[in-house]
Design a protein around this ligand. Structure first.
Ligand code: PTJ
Length: 258
């Protein structure tokens, strides 16, 4: 019997998923996305995104690789040395790691901004409440009083005091067009995406090819460890990170298991 055939048929709460199940993380992730859809947080397309991510994660060995860990440390260094860092939240991110994003924002003194591909007032409201239930005290992205240049209307909406004016942005599971448009605005972009061939990690200053459920807590751990680092130390970590090598290493792991 394969691992997939041992999946419990119906799970009401994620506590019912046995932690010793070989597919535990994948089951929890799927469950959170399903609940996210039910609560109006996650778009139905988020299920497709999750399925794609899950397949890449399987091929990556469902672990944080050495180069992903280096990327997560470089991401923490960028966020700590930023003037105005912003962490972007979409429907998948809110369903999968709401509390973890709040913790990362606190560790690097960043703002949280809801930034949706399929933007509706109902989803914005549901995600805001969800983030507040997980400890957020301030959430941007409700006003959307600025526009990212060269993107069509709904997808371009951001806060003037948030992503629009940020110098460093973390955009997990981001749409390729928007990642390119943010890059064209001159922002330092950190992208979390399990597909190294996707346009978003391809244009990122720091592509993090890892599952967001592992990547975000690990970035927070790095940020806490670097809390007292000097600007020069942070700069050295940023300079040492090689984005091309990180993308190549992830692709090689997926294609060849190396
Ligand atoms: O909530 P919205 O309206 O903003 O929409 C969000 C989605 C994710 C539906 C939207 O941005 C979208 O359609 O994204 P894509 O183009 O499907 O890209 C999502 C990327 O995230 C894909 O490359 C997946 O491989 C990757 N991905 C999915 N799940 C994870 C992931 N990467 C890291 N961790 C995951 N758990």
């Amino acid at each position: 019997m394969s691992d997939h055939e041992t999946v419990p048929a119906a799970v009401e709460h994620e506590d019912e998923i046995p932690p010793d199940h070989p597919r535990y993380t994948d089951l929890v992730t799927r469950h959170r996305i399903e609940r996210g859809v039910e609560k109006g947080i996650t778009h139905l397309q988020g299920m497709h995104a999750e399925g794609r991510g899950s397949a890449f994660d399987y091929l990556l060995g469902e672990e944080t690789t050495e180069t992903a860990d280096e990327a997560e440390r470089a991401a923490a260094a960028h966020l700590l040395s930023a003037d105005q860092p912003v962490l972007s939240i979409n429907g998948n991110v809110a369903a999968l790691v709401p509390g973890e994003m709040v913790e990362l924002a606190a560790a690097v003194d960043a703002d949280l901004e809801i930034n949706l591909f399929n933007r509706t007032p109902e989803r914005i409201g549901a995600i805001e409440s969800h983030l507040r239930e997980h400890g957020a005290t301030a959430v941007k992205g409700l006003e959307a009083d600025a526009r990212i240049p060269n993107l069509d209307h709904e997808r371009s909406k951001v806060d003037a005091e948030g992503i629009y004016s940020a110098d460093v942005v973390l955009v997990p599971l981001e749409d390729g067009d928007r990642a390119e448009a943010l890059e064209a605005m001159g922002k330092t972009e950190i992208v979390i995406d399990l597909n190294p061939l996707s346009r978003s990690p391809q244009v990122a200053d720091v592509p993090v090819v890892d599952n967001i459920v592992r990547a975000v807590p690990n970035m927070t751990a790095h940020a806490r460890a670097l809390q007292d680092a000097s600007e020069a130390e942070l700069e050295a970590i940023i300079e040492d990170f090689d984005r091309e090598r990180a993308l190549e290493a992830a692709e090689s792991r997926i294609r060849n298991g190396l």
